[in-house]
Design a protein around this ligand. Structure first.
Ligand code: AHR
Length: 518
């Protein structure tokens, strides 16, 4: 069933033999929004986040310690908790990433002064004192009211170690593991549902072949047990971007009942190591990054086609548990810390990526932006006691309206955003209806120069009135700074007209708009 048609989403659609920027004239695009009883629910877990022991994500990010002068709860910053509550964070993935495959969870429980100090070999070779471990992370999830998603170590950990971790977290009884948890202050099991098994096992997680990993996965997944009242959802380490062979082998060699989800990582970046600065870029850099981001559509569709071949009933979820932009680090920061600023360009990436995930909600059941605080496409940046919310934060806040809502099929032909003779689809859209009958339409116009007018046929929706919000700014490079943290924020949007069942919206250049209809 084709539930959603968006022409031109994907690769470059046309090459023109002239070099020019877009003109100022308006386009008018007709968007048809239908209703389809068989359309899927957009899982709230598509709006998940990720916190790795990487750079200043955990230490000097989420976690400042109980003795910090920064207001905190059990060492976790209160301002970060409050801000993330605004996003309705559904789940948080931890402790990595690459770090997960060298993390031995037993190092991070018990009295802090007795916890060993290890080297974080992946990320800057800094010392890790394990002061933020399982109890601290699960407290963070409790404060956020988010589901924890723990990533288990397959690269350098044992089957027994993973089984012990599941038992420690989830078993309500009188075993050594359960009693150890209790003696460390947690009487009731946490009943953690989401368990990753390995991370990037084709690379930092062990440099394995897919055949080798598929077998290992079967073994580790077997011993990651369900305990009474705590059935778990196992998520297998999946492919990187266009490594379709990985998905093929995993789907072929692992029975569907062993794998709730298969992961996929796709970063919007140009090359490895990542190049370009997060805020110092020109339009050609912007265009290239948009092209890479729109490539997500093809990547998703090809992995999904393989999954459909082996699992036409869609029992195995695609879990995009790392996505987002990746640029060169900010000048003067540790090259191993992946700290980058976040501009209007990242707001575009967030808006179009989330629309692409919504569109495929029948297969994609979870996704995690990399990462929440101070790393890559962060929603929050901190500098000592200061904190700022990035443009990506504001987009995710608007899009929270789609969580657990029913997808409404959208079809249209996008106008083009043309630069230097190449074209990309300018408009991306997604729509849903929530439990209270509110309709939400998220619209992105990536054109750097031109506003685009969309005419939305709302005939079938039975909606009578609309309101809107927008994330926009004067320049593509605009971003929030610690001196001016409010430069980019969500604003009320009124540039639309509703007449005879047709909603006409004028979307400014490089902006993200959310329309709510009731
Ligand atoms: O998010 C940063 C890193 O990117 C993760 O540790 C790894 O899984 C990926 O390569």
């Amino acid at each position: 069933m084709a539930i959603f048609k968006q022409k031109f989403i994907g690769n470059v659609i046309a090459i023109f033999f002239f070099a020019t920027s877009s003109s100022q004239s308006q386009n008018s695009t007709v968007i048809k929004i239908g209703t389809d009883d068989s359309a899927p629910i957009i899982s709230k877990h598509i709006y998940g986040h990720f916190a790795e022991h990487l750079g200043r994500s955990v230490y000097d990010g989420f976690y400042v310690g109980e003795d910090s002068s920064i207001p905190n709860t059990n060492g976790i910053r209160n301002d970060i908790i409050d801000a993330l509550k605004g996003l309705k964070v559904p789940n948080l993935r931890w402790p990595g990433g690459c770090f997960a495959d060298e993390y031995h969870w037993k190092d991070g429980v018990g009295p802090k002064q007795e916890r060993p100090v290890i080297i974080n070999t992946h990320w800057g070779q800094v010392e890790e004192d394990n002061s933020f471990g399982t109890h601290e992370f699960l407290k963070l999830c409790e404060l956020l009211d988010a589901e924890p998603y723990l990533a288990g170590n397959v690269g350098s950990g044992t089957v027994e170690e993973l089984n012990d971790w599941v038992e420690y977290c989830n078993y309500d009884g009188n075993t050594d593991m359960a009693n150890w948890r209790k003696s460390n202050g947690q009487e009731e099991p946490w009943r953690v549902k989401y368990w990753g098994i390995g991370n990037e096992s084709w690379g930092c997680g062990g440099n394995m072949t897919p055949e080798h990993f598929a077998n290992l996965y079967r073994q580790y997944a077997t011993y990651a047990r369900n305990y009474p009242g705590s059935n778990i959802k196992r998520i297998a380490s999946g492919a990187d971007s266009d490594n379709y062979d990985w998905t093929e082998v995993m789907m072929r060699d692992v029975p569907h009942w062993m794998m709730w989800g298969l992961s996929l990582h796709y970063y919007t970046r140009t090359g490895w190591p990542p190049t370009g600065n997060a805020t110092k870029f020109d339009e050609s850099d912007y265009f290239l990054i948009m092209k890479h981001c729109l490539k997500t559509s093809e990547i998703l569709d090809r992995h999904i086609a393989i999954m459909d071949k082996y699992d036409p009933k869609k029992r195995v979820a695609l879990v995009v548990d790392e996505w987002g932009s990746w640029y060169a680090v900010e000048e003067g920061t540790n090259p191993g810390f992946a700290y980058q600023q976040n501009s209007m360009r990242d707001a575009m990436i967030a808006g179009i990526s989330l629309n692409m995930f919504n569109e495929r909600a029948d297969r994609i059941k979870m996704a995690n932006l990399a990462q929440a605080v101070n790393v890559l496409q962060a929603v929050i940046l901190t500098d000592s006691e200061k904190m700022l919310l990035t443009p990506t934060y504001h987009v995710m806040k608007m899009y929270a309206a789609h969580q657990d809502s029913k997808l409404l099929p959208v079809s249209f032909e996008s106008p083009e955003y043309t630069f230097n003779g190449e074209s990309l689809p300018a408009i991306s859209a997604s729509a849903s209806k929530d439990k209270n009958g509110l309709v939400h339409i998220s619209l992105v116009n990536i054109d750097s120069q031109k506003e685009n007018v969309v005419e939305i046929d709302c005939g079938e929706l039975g909606v009578k009135g609309f309101s809107g919000t927008i994330v926009a700014s004067k320049k593509l490079q605009d971003h929030n700074t610690f001196d001016n943290p409010g430069k980019i924020a969500t604003k009320v949007f009124k540039d639309f007209k509703f007449k005879k069942g047709k909603l006409s919206v004028t979307i400014p250049p490089f902006s993200v708009v959310m329309i709510e209809g009731e």
